[in-house]
Design a protein around this ligand. Structure first.
Ligand code: PLP
Length: 394
């Protein structure tokens, strides 16, 4: 049996593969500290869990409309309107099986074979694969030194075949949060070149310090007509295993995605829809406690990495740090660096190559302060050993 070229060309998630390798080492008895994780280490809030229980017991666990429960679409439209400043009606929202699912459906709805799509580096690994899976051609755009957008590079990457841009703010992996001026510049470019923008806002609630999340769809009507927002409950409500998300955008896009969903996978899980609805309706205080805990860890990890002498921008969103470790790598680059870290220090990191950037590694701080301290100790020890090696060699 031969696979389609579409299926054969798709690579599995590098980060999930690394997390699996770390788990296998731990199962074999190694004291692994995994900074490869991409999910909150908190439980979903009690009222979310209670809503899931209640939904199961209700006897109503059945198909819902393919685009999701009307009441949940309405709650998401209200959240976008009130909290994100993006005027949205329920018809402008489709509930999906996850943020990833929203993203893949958005790209399947927008990309024609051969269309060029710009990815702003460092870019979450799934974007590359999903754009290609949809038949598109990926064009990478290098960032400024501080991981923000380099508009000269962006302009240079445009060709007559460019159709869209995938934006992710706050960014996984860099933690960079786009400001309004940058977003206006991006949307002006989108207007001039008639481009769509898929805006991945899954970390919108996880911003720190002076950073504020701004959706490009909140800027003006023209911007709203070109932006498709993808988002979900995984990070904001610590609901990764519930697998629930949504997509919002112009009505012809949401209608098409709802039809696609009705054929490909059917409605999202009823229990998770009810749980998500409870989270949105009550906005439980645990969410802010989680954000504050992430903020404290972020500052701690950032200070620790700086103390190790690493070149790193302060991440202001999501829950990752993305330092430059190029001077500690050998000919195998950061992939070899991460393999060594895992084997010698039992410390799991994600190589920047998974995000299109050699020379960097991603560290997740979705783990306890004690584990972050232990990770910093191991990281520091490994860097010192490499410095020692260099000194002996020279
Ligand atoms: N977008 C980004 C940038 C992510 O990091 C993730 C998860 O790691 C997702 C989307 C998808 O999240 P989910 O499919 O759990 O909703």
């Amino acid at each position: 049996m031969r696979l389609s070229s579409r299926a054969a060309g798709l690579a599995g998630s590098a980060t999930l593969a690394l997390a699996a390798r770390a788990r296998a080492l731990a199962a074999a008895g190694r004291d692994v500290v995994s900074m490869a994780v991409g999910e909150p280490d908190f439980d979903a809030p009690p009222l979310v869990r209670a809503a899931a229980h209640l939904a199961i017991e209700s006897g109503e666990v059945r198909y819902t409309p393919a685009a999701g429960l009307p009441v949940l679409r309405a709650a998401l439209a209200q959240m976008l309107t009130m909290q994100r400043g993006v005027p949205t009606t329920p018809a402008g929202v489709v509930v999906t099986h996850s943020g990833k699912h929203a993203l893949s459906h958005a790209l399947l709805a927008l990309v024609e074979p051969g269309d060029e799509v710009l990815l702003l580096l460092p870019a979450w690994s799934s974007y590359d694969e999903l754009v290609r899976f949809a038949g598109g051609v990926v064009r990478h755009v290098a960032p400024r030194h501080d991981a923000g957008p380099d508009f000269a590079a962006l302009a240079a990457a445009l060709t007559p075949r460019t159709r869209g841009i995938v934006l992710n703010t706050p960014s996984n992996p860099s933690g960079y949060v786009w400001n309004e001026v940058e977003l206006r510049q991006l949307m002006q470019l989108a207007r001039e070149r008639d481009l769509w923008v898929v805006s991945d806002e899954i970390y919108a609630r996880l911003v720190y310090g002076s950073a504020r999340h701004v959706s490009p769809a909140a800027l003006d009507d023209d911007a709203r007509s070109r932006v498709v927002i993808v988002d979900g409950a995984s990070k904001a409500f610590a609901m990764t295993g519930y697998r629930i998300g949504f997509l919002a955008g112009p009505a012809h896009v949401t209608k098409s995605v709802a039809e696609m969903q009705s054929q490909i996978s059917g409605c999202p899980n009823y229990v998770s829809q009810q749980a998500y609805l409870a989270g949105l309706a009550h906005d439980p205080p645990e969410m802010e406690s989680m954000r504050l805990a992430f903020d404290a860890r972020r500052r701690h990890l950032h200070a620790g990495l700086e103390a190790l002498g690493l070149d790193i921008i302060e991440p202001l969103g999501a829950f990752y740090a993305f330092p430059d470790v190029a001077r500690y790598t050998d000919e195998r680059g950061v992939v070899g660096f991460c393999e060594d870290m895992l084997e010698t220090e039992a410390l799991a990191l994600v190589p920047g190559t998974a995000f299109g950037m050699e020379g960097h590694v991603r560290l997740s701080y979705a783990l306890s302060m004690a584990k972050i301290d232990e990770a910093l100790r191991r990281f520091g020890r490994a860097l010192a050993a490499r410095r020692g090696l260099r000194a002996t060699a020279s």
